[in-house]
Design a binder for this molecule. Structure first.
Ligand code: ATP
Ligand code: MG
Ligand code: FE
Length: 349
């Protein structure tokens, strides 16, 4: 079965083609991505209207590129999948509209995918794919969650952020340091040359076995330090960046270990944009290595948004018999959509 996946939930247009082979992990045949980062940079963040318009421009050329790369005709695609949510409504509508229009023209079924399920399953495309069950640390621009994952579509929420997401904490702190959008990777790079212990920054909710996160206080603390430094900020920027990164990473590592302890599971899967962070990977590998726990990550290029994870999630749901694709080409997007509600609601998709 060949599944074409289209991602357009935020500021990346992604298209990919995967092929299922019995019960095996689906194989990625080709993918293409266009990031709008440069376009949004002048505004310091994603402008939804511009994002939607750019998805419209990119999605068909990227689709052609993917099919050409895979040596596959459009008519040979069996199912067309798209990101149904969560994300920016206008941006989601572009991917959903194009997917359903293509499917209707070809008389093929469509399947709406949960963006976070895409992130969550993305490590299955790595050279060392995980096995169920595992604890998942989902750390993206809009979400920070610990989940117990027993199989495709079997997700139990263990804890989540009560305010900002980890990626948001990176981005907002970076902005306070005067770094360009999106700040996460830029702050991480600057942090490599700084002292992570230079500034004491808060690490909230670490007591009492709590698996929730809170990052809103961190940006206030970073702001306070930056104010205090005044004109000296420039000289201490790398140290403040390193201390900020250490505060975020420290909490993520400790809570992940706690979740593993509480569930008794021996496997950790990291997914989402912050999963590309090298300090997080080093610290998790060290802490989990000591505890005899295996950690799996997506390939670096598949940490942030992409079409491959959407095609993969659709293919894995089909393999698991969770969601028959339909030829109902009317479509619907869900800008807000909790991942835990996925199993119960899958019948309506
Ligand atoms: P969501 O998936 O929750 O809807 P999103 O799609 O915007 O949000 P992702 O694409 O998964 O999020 O990830 C983007 C986030 O990852 C941004 O906040 C970005 O700063 C952060 N990020 C990317 N690379 C790194 C890095 N090396 N270190 C820290 N943060 C990073
Ligand atoms: Mg993005
Ligand atoms: Fe994402």
């Amino acid at each position: 079965l060949r599944v074409l996946g289209i991602e357009s939930s935020c500021d990346e247009t992604g298209v990919a083609l995967v092929e299922t082979r019995g019960e095996q992990v689906p194989k990625l045949l080709a993918q293409a991505l266009h990031s709008q980062i440069a376009m949004h940079r002048n505004y310091g963040g994603v402008v939804p209207e511009l994002a939607s318009r750019d998805h419209i421009r990119r999605v068909l050329p990227l689709t052609e590129q993917v099919l050409q790369q895979a040596g596959c005709r459009l008519a040979a695609v069996d199912v067309i999948a798209y990101t149904k949510g969560p994300g920016l409504a206008g941006a989601l509508l572009v991917g959903a509209g194009v997917a359903c229009a293509l499917a209707a023209a070809l008389d093929k079924p469509v399947l709406g995918v949960h963006h976070l399920e895409g992130h969550l399953l993305s490590p299955f495309l790595s050279a060392d794919p995980p096995q169920f069950p595992f604890v998942a640390l989902l750390v993206s621009g809009g979400h920070t969650q610990l989940m117990r994952v027993d199989g495709v579509g079997r997700y139990a929420l263990l804890g989540e952020t009560i305010d900002d997401a980890a990626g948001e904490a990176f981005d907002k702190s970076a902005k306070l340091l005067g770094l360009p959008y999106p700040g996460g990777p830029v702050l991480a790079q600057l942090a490599e040359g700084g002292d992570p212990q230079a500034f004491a920054l808060p690490r909230p909710l670490l007591r009492g076995g709590n698996l929730d996160f809170s990052f809103a206080g961190l940006k206030t603390a970073v702001w306070t330090q930056a104010q205090r430094l005044g004109p000296q900020l420039e000289r201490h920027k790398a140290d403040l960046a390193a201390s900020t990164q250490a505060a975020i990473v420290d909490v993520l590592v400790r809570k992940s270990l706690l979740a593993l302890q509480q569930t008794g599971l021996q496997r950790l899967v990291v997914a989402g944009g912050v999963g590309a962070n090298q300090m997080l990977r080093r610290q998790l590998n060290a802490a989990c290595g000591d505890a005899g726990i295996r950690v799996h990550y997506p390939e670096l290029a598949l940490c942030t948004d992409n079409g491959a994870m959407i095609a993969l999630a659709a293919a894995m749901r089909l393999q698991a018999g969770l969601q028959p694709p339909t030829k109902d080409w009317s479509f619907d997007v869900k800008p807000r959509w909790p991942l835990e509600s996925l199993v119960a609601s899958s019948a309506e998709n």
